[in-house]
Design a protein around this ligand. Structure first.
Ligand code: GFB
Length: 313
């Protein structure tokens, strides 16, 4: 990508999109195109087509999506399927119609079968049943991968896809009903410490395993792939290491400095037992994460404290 190339970051205000913007700015890319959801509703096909005709981006980071944790995915099943399908279809079709040079589509590790062998290799896609709690979201993200493959096959579009593992970092969602586990635990332990609560409720049994990648590492990988990678097969992005939810809770408790007890609410779903990514392909391409979980937790708690009013509105 040339430094003055016209680069559109769809979803620039989200945790992933804002990390990509920070990375591109740090790398000296000066011509970034961004629209808030009130300026451009990506579910509106005509508005998206008009936007692409007007702005003619050369590169597109497709980081816009309706995202959420296990509870939100399981409750708002229609919205997770419809919104994500329509956003990716509108952007990919308009990118093709206006001759975008290259597009990076961002999926998720939940695209893999619930009981696939671990660690998850890209080849395991569609080899088994999905995890029910996030099947709508997973189907939408699999459709996005297939759209990129189909536009490459039929029209020769250089559209690539990346599958990040569970993410955390600045501008994460800290709403306790809709968020992912890591930000939820940071907020729960922090508020319990401040309010001298005797215990913190953690969902499920604590036995599922999860892999966590800092959003700044993901952004670094996305810019790396946009600059270096041009093949059809999508690429896993992760750390290649996972922890149990219990281990994560103990680590967040320690970082926040909460001294009470953990209480496990087993009425809440565990979700998929494990979804550790096999990251050998991206390692072989020359990329590796930099932020280890403990350091990332400490950085993220400091970011939470600095932005608590904004994050907990
Ligand atoms: O992060 P999370 O919501 O999503 O849940 P998934 C991960 C695990 O943490 C589950 C447990 O076993 C939860 O039961 N957990 C414990 C909690 N306490 C909490 C809590 O307070 N809040 C939350 N949210 N979880 C998502 C998919 O699955 O992964 C999305 O639903 C997306 O579609 C995302 O793919 C990356 O990791 O289970």
């Amino acid at each position: 990508m040339e430094k003055q190339a016209r680069i559109y970051i769809a979803g620039h205000r989200g945790m992933v999109g804002s990390a990509i913007v920070r990375k591109l700015q740090a790398e000296g890319y000066t011509n970034l195109i961004m629209r808030t959801s009130s300026e451009l509703d990506l579910r509106n096909q005509v508005a998206v087509a008009d936007f692409f005709e007007e702005e003619k981006p050369e590169y597109v980071f497709l980081a816009a999506a309706k995202v959420g944790g296990i509870l939100a995915n399981n409750i708002y099943r229609a919205e997770f399927l419809y919104d994500n399908l329509i956003i990716e279809a509108n952007i990919i079709q308009s990118a093709y119609k206006t001759g975008v040079k290259k597009l990076l589509f961002l999926g998720s590790s939940c695209i893999y079968p619930k009981m696939a062998p671990q660690p998850l290799q890209e080849e395991y896609l569609l080899t088994g049943l999905l995890e029910p709690t996030n099947e709508p979201y997973a189907i939408a993200k699999i459709a996005g991968i297939k759209l990129c493959e189909a536009y490459r096959s039929q029209y020769g579009c250089n559209y690539i896809s990346a599958m990040p593992t569970n993410l955390y970092g600045p501008n994460d969602n800290y709403d306790l009903q809709g968020s992912h586990v890591l930000p939820a635990l940071i907020r729960k332990f922090h508020e319990a410490k401040i309010n001298n609560q005797p215990s913190v409720e953690v969902w499920g049994t604590g036995s599922p395993r999860r892999e966590f990648l800092h959003a700044d590492d993901l952004a670094d990988a996305c810019v790396f792939l946009m600059e270096e990678y041009n093949d059809e097969l999508f690429v896993n992005i992760g750390t290649g290491e996972d922890v149990t939810i219990r281990e994560l809770a103990e680590a967040v408790k320690d970082v926040v400095g909460f001294e009470g007890e953990l209480r496990w609410d087993t009425s809440k779903p565990d979700g998929t037992p494990r979804k550790l990514m096999d990251v050998s392909r991206i390692h072989n391409l020359g990329w590796k994460h930099k932020t280890e979980l403990r350091d990332g937790l400490e950085k993220t708690y400091q970011d939470f404290l600095a932005n608590e009013v904004l994050y907990v509105e």
